[in-house]
Design a protein around this ligand. Structure first.
Ligand SMILES: Cc1cc2nc3c(=O)[nH]c(=O)nc-3n(C[C@H](O)[C@H](O)[C@H](O)COP(=O)(O)O)c2cc1C
Length: 190
């Protein structure tokens, strides 16, 4: 049942060192492209930063520098620790993908495109899960840092997220229970 997969999906940020094959990544991106999209704009764009590749290293450095400058902590040693942690997480992720949504003809289309790309990410995560692969979707430091031009994103693309991808480790964090409010508490039937 699809609902079982949906309920079993978890955000994962702790990975084993096993690499994720390109064919698995291709399958996940293909699943993403089957998301609903109004007017068939197919607004999603994916930028895969290869493990140990120069681009991954460049992005790690940009995120490091941005974090050091922007993290709200007066203590420079702590800022450096945060910066190094953010950089290392990017370098360590077995796979790392940026997802963008293209601008529409007007605000309404741009909004629709962004929604469709969010659906695409969910498809990607569910496909990953079916392969035993975990994904952590971030809109934090790797997206806030000025990486767009470096990685080749077009100026009119809007960033939707950075995806840390890999095989889940046995960590407590990965095993922690996530909860949801019962649907009837957030639904109005009228
Ligand atoms: C649009 C979006 C942005 C997110 N950004 C972050 C992020 O920057 N950092 C983070 O740790 N988790 C981020 N998450 C993951 C959520 O924190 C996570 O989905 C939530 O804790 C629920 O856990 P679950 O996905 O395992 O159900 C993001 C999720 C979404 C949908």
């Amino acid at each position: 049942m699809v609902i079982d997969s949906i309920k079993a999906r978890r955000t994962v940020r702790d990975f084993t060192e096993d690499l994720v094959s390109n064919s698995a990544l291709e399958l996940m991106i293909e699943a993403a492209t089957w998301a609903p999209n109004h007017r068939t704009t197919e607004p999603w764009r994916f930028i895969v930063l290869e493990k140990d590749g120069d681009m991954r290293k460049k992005v790690g450095q940009i995120v490091h520098d941005w974090t050091y400058e922007n993290v709200k902590n007066p203590n420079s040693a702590r800022r450096e620790t945060s910066a190094k942690d953010a950089q290392q997480e990017i370098l360590d992720a077995p796979a790392f993908i940026y997802v963008y949504s293209v601008e529409g003809r007007d605000d309404e289309m741009t909004r629709e495109n962004y929604s469709a790309t969010s659906c695409a990410v969910q498809n990607l995560m569910l496909a990953a899960q079916s392969l035993g692969i975990g994904v952590g979707w971030s809109t934090g430091k790797p997206c806030l840092a000025p990486i767009d031009t470096t990685i080749g994103a077009e100026p009119d693309w809007d960033i939707v997220g950075a995806l840390y991808i890999g095989y889940p480790s046995d960590s407590e964090e990965n095993k922690s229970e996530r909860k949801r409010t019962p649907a009837n508490e957030i639904t109005i039937w009228s």
